[in-house]
Design a protein around this ligand. Sequence first.
Ligand SMILES: Nc1ncnc2c1ncn2[C@@H]1O[C@H](COP(=O)(O)OP(=O)(O)OP(=O)(O)O)[C@@H](O)[C@H]1O
Ligand SMILES: [Mg+2]
Length: 274
Amino acid sequence: MIEFNHIRKSFGEKVVLEDVSHIMETGKCNLIIGQSGSGKTVMQKCLVGLFEPDEGEIIYDGVSFTDMGIEQRKELRQQIGMLFQGSALFDSMTVEQNIMFPIDMFTNKPFAEKLKQVNEVLERVNLVGINKKFPAELSGGMKKRVGIARAIVLNPKFLFCDEPNSGLDPQTSMVIDKLILDITREFNMTTVINTHDMNSVMEIGENILYLYKGKKEWSGNKKDIIFSKNERLNGFIFASEFLQDAKDMRMLEAKGKIDDNRDMNELLNGDKLV
Ligand SMILES: Nc1ncnc2c1ncn2[C@@H]1O[C@H](COP(=O)(O)OP(=O)(O)OP(=O)(O)O)[C@@H](O)[C@H]1O
Ligand SMILES: [Mg+2]
């Protein structure tokens, strides 16, 4: 679990995050959503210590990250996996070398043991046998999966993914989402995902923090979104008329009105039902 309270972060005059508090739950995909520039990446960077917030406290499993010294933070970092925006694989290294990188950084294990770990995570992301390939030889979805394999190779308790679906088609995106969700549950990790992908939100949004211009505008889960009356949230998630209609339909369905043919006809004729 990661809890954070009253986080503020500014760059010079520009306040990017203001008074943001939330709890990221264990064994769940915790989403940070919001428009481009709303502060998602800055938030994640604050949580992992790449940025130092101006104010507020971050607590990992009951221990204050904010008060930790360098050594303690280093130890905690070994329990953190990160999937960067764009996968950030090392182009000059093979898949195997890429995934071995964090093992080399934090341990002195013999090669055979490291290779076993690499092969285990490659199997977990369904990429058995691509050890000797270079990133340039892989598709976008495969690169993401290698990125995920590298992020989980040290069995982290906390996994951070910044836009894991950017640049992928909707179906491949769903495969990646499902993989992250499965791994999160299997290893009981606290997973934090930045996204502005509406599909991800509705598929894996178990705990969602919606940022609007650096402030917490709304929080809830994917079911709450259907019934939310928050206009900014609705405008963001259901940006197109088509999706707004789909939301209305879902609401009706949930209210049990869809069985009524008269209501259905009204709906199909474009009349607004409340
Ligand atoms: N190192 C930095 N120095 C100054 N300003 C920064 C820095 N990093 C981010 N910002 C500013 O903080 C704001 C939020 O940026 P951030 O990258 O967190 O947005 P985001 O929600 O992740 O957007 P996107 O969806 O495009 O990734 C932006 O206005 C950005 O210009
Ligand atoms: Mg970002």
